[in-house]
Design a protein around this ligand. Structure first.
Ligand code: ATP
Ligand code: MG
Length: 395
C-alpha cells in the first residue's frame, strides 16, 4: 500500500503533512500577534515544489478557529485563467473569496452597507452570480480600478471591526503572488497601492507567497529596504528537506523502500530534498527489493518525465529562442554576450527571452552570469539528447 501523497496534491491531511514543526511554530507566533493589534506583513519564499502551499493550508486549518483566514491563490483567479490578468480581475477574485469565507464563518459581511456603497460610488455591476450558496456581484470591466482597489482592500478591516467579538483578526494568505509580474507596467503601482492600504491595518495580517527564488527581483521590490514595504516586511524562507528529514520521512511513510546507503544518497541527490520530487520519485520506485545506487539512477532516468511533468509542460510553452538559451546554459553559466554569440544574435534582442526564463524561475542571474535554476530540467534535456540524438524543441 502506498501511503505517500502525490507531488501535486495541495491538500495534505495532518497525517500526510510531515515535519516543518519549527517553521510552523515560528510563523504562527508572528501571525498570532494579530490578536494584539500588531498584524504582521510577511513574505514567504521557497522554490517550486518545496511545500509552501501545503504549509499555508495547514496553518489556515490551525488558525481558523480564532481568525478569519483567507487563502487566495492568485493563479486561480478567473482573469489569470483566461489569460488577461488585470488589477480589477484580481480585486474581484479577492472580494468574492473574502465574502465567501466570511459568510461560511457566519460573520456579518456588511451586505447592506456594501450595497449602499456600490450605489453611491457608482460601481459598474455587470451581473450577480451564485457562488456556493451565495449571490455575489460581478464588476463591469469599466469599473474604476482605483475605487475598486480602495474598496476591496479596506473591506477585511471593516469586516473585522464588525465582528471583533467573534474573531481575533483577519489573516490573508496570497499564494502565487509572483504572477503579478505579468501586470507589467501596472505592477509597481499595484504594489504601492497595496502597501498604502494594508500597512496601517492593525488587525489584518498579510502573507505573500509564491515560487520565488532568493534572487528574484520581486522579493527586493517588496521586502528590501528600498522596496515598497521599506524593509518593514518580515521574510521567511522554506528550505527543501534536509537529508536526515528525508531519511526519517521514508522510513516512517514508505518502509517498503529498501534503500542501500548509497542508494539513499543518490535518491537524495536526484530529488534535492524537494518534497514534491521526493513523493513522486518514492512512489515510482520498486517496493520490497534492495535499491542500490545503480537501480536508483536507472529508475530516475526512466521516470524523470513523470517526476517533472509540470516542468516539461512549461518547457513546451517556451519559444524556440528561449529553449535555445536554456540549452546554451547546460554546460556552464554564461554571460549575456556569450549567449548571444552562441545563438548568433545581438545581445539586445535577448532581453525579453531572458526575462521570461527568469520569470518562470528556469534561470537566474548571478555574478554577471546567467545560470540554470532547475537542474532537474537540465538533466531531462541531457537524457533526451543522449537517447534521441537531438534536443526536444517540440513534441
Ligand atoms: N510537509 C510536507 N510533508 C509531506 N509532503 C509534502 C510536504 N510539503 C510538501 N510536500 C509535497 O510536495 C508537494 C508540493 O507542495 P506544494 O504544492 O505546497 O509546493 P509549493 O512550494 O507550493 O510549490 P509551487 O511553488 O510550485 O506552488 C505536495 O503535493 C506534497 O506532495
Ligand atoms: Mg504553491
Amino acid at each position: 500500500m502506498n501511503t505517500l501523497p502525490w507531488g501535486t496534491n495541495q491538500n495534505l491531511t495532518d497525517e500526510e503533512f510531515y515535519n516543518r514543526k519549527w517553521e510552523l511554530d515560528n510563523i504562527k507566533t508572528f501571525l498570532n500577534t494579530t490578536a494584539n493589534g500588531n498584524a504582521p506583513k510577511i513574505l514567504l519564499t521557497g522554490i517550486r515544489g518545496v511545500g509552501k502551499t501545503v504549509f499555508l493550508k495547514k496553518i489556515k486549518r490551525e488558525l481558523n478557529k480564532d481568525y478569519l483566514v483567507l487563502y487566495l491563490d492568485f493563479s486561480k483567479s478567473e482573469c489569470y485563467q483566461k489569460k488577461s490578468l488585470t488589477i480589477n480581475g484580481l480585486m474581484e477574485y479577492f472580494f468574492k473569496q473574502l465574502l465567501i469565507e466570511a459568510k461560511n464563518k457566519n460573520l456579518n459581511t456588511l451586505d447592506k452597507k456594501i450595497e449602499k456603497y456600490f450605489k453611491s460610488d457608482n460601481f459598474k455591476i455587470r451581473d450577480f452570480i451564485q457562488v456556493d450558496k451565495f449571490v455575489l456581484p460581478v464588476f463591469g470591466s469599466e469599473t474604476d480600478s482605483e475605487k475598486l482597489v480602495n474598496f476591496v482592500l479596506e473591506l477585511p478591516d471593516k469586516i473585522y471591526n464588525e465582528n471583533s467579538n467573534k474573531i481575533k483578526g483577519v489573516i490573508i494568505f496570497i499564494d502565487e503572488f509572483q504572477i503579478i509580474k505579468e501586470l507589467d507596467d501596472y505592477m509597481d503601482s499595484f504594489l504601492w497601492r497595496l502597501r498604502i492600504h494594508i500597512q496601517n491595518q492593525k488587525n489584518v495580517a498579510y502573507l505573500f507567497s509564491g515560487s520565488m527564488g532568493l534572487q528574484d527581483n520581486l522579493i527586493s521590490e517588496i521586502a528590501s529596504r528600498d522596496g515598497v514595504f521599506g524593509g518593514r516586511m518580515l521574510t521567511f524562507h522554506i528550505d527543501p528537506f534536509e537529508k536526515d528529514t528525508v531519511k526519517s520521512y521514508l522510513n516512517e511513510k514508505a518502509p517498503y523502500l529498501v534503500l542501500s546507503d548509497k542508494g539513499f544518497e543518490r535518491f537524495y541527490h536526484c530529488t534535492s530534498g524537494i518534497p514534491a520530487y521526493v513523493n513522486i520519485f518514492a512512489s515510482l520506485l520498486p517496493q520490497n527489493v534492495e535499491l542500490t545506487e545503480e537501480i536508483v539512477i536507472k529508475n530516475f532516468d526512466e521516470k524523470i518525465s513523470a517526476i517533472i511533468s509540470h516542468l516539461i509542460n512549461l518547457w513546451s510553452k517556451l519559444t524556440y529562442r528561449e529553449q535555445s538559451i536554456f540549452i546554451s546554459l547546460l554546460d556552464a553559466p554564461l554571460k549575456r554576450i556569450e549567449i548571444a554569440d552562441q545563438l548568433n544574435v545581438s545581445t539586445g534582442s535577448l532581453s525579453k527571452n531572458l526575462n521570461n526564463l527568469q520569470k518562470h524561475g528556469l534561470i537566474k542571474f548571478e555574478s554577471e552570469k546567467y545560470q540554470i535554476s532547475e537542474p532537474i530540467l537540465a538533466r531531462w534535456l541531457q537524457l533526451e539528447f543522449k537517447n534521441k540524438g537531438t534536443f526536444p524543441y517540440r513534441f
